[in-house]
Design a binder for this molecule. Structure first.
Ligand SMILES: [Zn+2]
Length: 230
């Protein structure tokens, strides 16, 4: 979005149009004509990634969490973006799959599913990443929350306390700690939320058996303890 791109020269109502005009000029390769007085070099660099069709370079199979394995979700289940430059990331949303790990990974690859999370954590602690954190995954059922959050699915069932194993909590907490570190997200219950807490949702996950106190404590420990974990 162009709303944060201001040069300080705008006088009011025509500001948006002139910004759009500038973008069009840049797209045409005429940036030099604008001169450095109009567009400082760092602003040009910042704008560049926002132009249609221009993205930060991506490496196939790359993951944002070091020990995750990569399985690509269907592009129909997320929107390519350039977070945190275009959307600040300030939430982690905790989900529970209501099914097995394999079926969660499978449906996120299905273009008809219409949803995917960034990560799925298996009962034994294995972490799979399906959508890059750069991108907006459709997991929260709320556009604003999708744009501002990273979504983590956990294998299990909301009504089965035994779903949530030590290995699952530990692996997920390391993952969330890394996310919080990458985006400067405070480790607390305001910023680490359950799907059930997303405004407008009718989902109940992670449910009453998810031990928030334990989880946030583990995230906090991983966050302060091991800088290289994420
Ligand atoms: Zn959910």
């Amino acid at each position: 979005m162009a709303t944060r791109t201001r040069t300080g020269t705008g006088t009011g109502t025509d500001d948006t149009d002139r910004r759009l005009g500038r973008r069009a000029l840049l797209a045409g390769g005429a940036a030099a004509a604008l001169g450095t007085a109009v567009l400082a070099r760092d602003e040009l660099a910042r704008l560049w990634w926002r132009l249609p069709g221009v993205e930060r370079p991506r490496v196939a199979g790359a993951v944002d969490f070091r020990s995750a394995r990569w399985v690509a979700a269907s592009p129909a289940n997320y929107r390519r973006a350039d977070r945190p430059d275009d959307y600040p990331v300030d939430r982690v949303v905790v989900h529970v799959t209501q099914g097995g790990y394999a079926s969660a990974v499978k449906v996120f690859q299905d273009p008809a599913h219409g949803a995917a999370a960034h990560y799925v954590v298996r009962r034994d602690g294995r972490v799979t990443q399906l959508v890059r954190e750069l991108d907006v995954a459709f997991h929260a059922g709320n556009r604003e929350y999708n744009e501002r959050s990273v979504g983590i699915e956990h294998e299990g069932f909301v009504e089965d306390a035994s779903s949530f194993t030590d290995a699952l909590y530990t692996a997920s907490a390391r993952l969330t700690a890394g996310i919080c570190r990458r985006y400067g997200i405070p480790v607390d219950r305001e910023h680490i939320v359950g799907h059930a807490e997303v405004p407008g949702t009718d989902h109940t996950d992670p449910g009453r058996f998810w031990d928030w106190e334990r989880y946030v404590g583990l995230v906090r420990a991983a966050h302060t303890g091991a800088p290289a974990a994420g």
